[in-house]
Write a protein that binds this ligand. Structure first.
Ligand code: PRP
Ligand code: ADE
Length: 255
């Protein structure tokens, strides 16, 4: 397994020597000529001052590098998809809600626009169809809006991850820290089985605490979290960095 923690300008990727051909292929895919330096007999690193357009991405490269996610952009807006501006334009930003200083990203205005709402769902479905995902886990409350149509379209089941004391069956719980205070997510025991391939869906990533708790719940029952998908990222809050290298795909950024 080759783990790449972060890709930024001037990045260096390190790997075992046996993976150098894979790494070279990756750089080739981005039309970058790598400088390959052998540091020890068993390890090497490749570095290059020019890097692809994604400013921040985290991924784990599996032995089978067909699953290499960086071949697909991790942010749709960086891929210049024509639908993105339409989606972004329909998200209302409400200053000082629910507290002074918060720029609230209101997706209810997007839901009023069938074309842009459908474009949102379609973009996720195009990315995840045929990826052998058996479970879409949606986070209460706004993940319940985007998760179910994606699940239906890709032929996966939908599992709600709920706030405490909402689910009637036996649950497992995961606490997490918010900007102010703590919260908790719960999942029904038996809803997801070991070795299932899961996608986590929410409307927005801010500090990343909520997605991190969702990933933990799924991994505790032995599921593989393939990716997290959000409509909006607030990159200034660096939520991606709390996902322990799990890939995150977003449609729009808001600063
Ligand atoms: O990345 P984080 O800092 O964890 O924040 C992101 C979470 O915050 C919002 O939910 P909220 O907790 O406001 O609940 P709601 O969807 O029920 O309104 C949003 O829908 C995400 O779930
Ligand atoms: N700025 C924001 N807008 C909407 N939901 C949020 N959850 C956390 N921060 C948020």
């Amino acid at each position: 397994m080759l783990k790449v923690d972060e890709c930024r300008p001037n990045l260096t990727l390190s790997c075992y020597a046996t993976h150098v051909p894979i790494l070279s292929d990756i750089y080739k895919a981005f039309e970058i000529t790598p400088k390959i330096t052998f540091q020890k007999t068993y390890a090497c690193s490749c570095s290059c001052s020019r890097i692809h357009t994604h400013t921040s991405c985290c991924f784990t490269l599996q032995q089978n590098y067909k699953t290499f996610r960086e071949r697909e952009p991790m942010s749709a807006y960086k891929d210049k998809d024509a639908r993105i501006n339409g989606i972004k334009d329909q998200i209302r930003v409400v200053p000082n809600f629910p507290k002074p200083g918060i720029m609230f990203q209101d997706i209810t205005t997007l839901l009023l626009k069938p074309k842009e709402f459908k474009d949102t769902i379609d973009m996720f479905v195009e990315r995840y169809k045929g990826k052998n995902i058996s479970v879409v886990a949606g986070i209460e409350a706004r993940g319940f809006i985007f998760g179910p149509p994606i699940a239906l379209a890709i032929g996966a089941k939908f599992v709600p991850l709920r706030k405490p004391k909402k689910l009637p069956g036996k649950v497992i719980s995961e606490e997490y820290i918010l900007e102010y205070g703590r919260d908790c997510l719960e999942m029904h025991v038996g809803a997801v089985e070991s070795a299932e391939r899961a996608l986590v869906v929410d409307d927005l990533i801010a500090t990343g605490g909520t997605l991190c708790a969702a990933i933990n719940l799924l991994e505790r029952v032995g599921a593989e979290v393939v990716e997290c998908a959000c409509v909006i990222e607030l990159p200034d809050l660096k939520g991606r960095e709390r996902l322990n290298g799990k890939p995150l795909y977003v449609l729009v950024e808001s600063h």
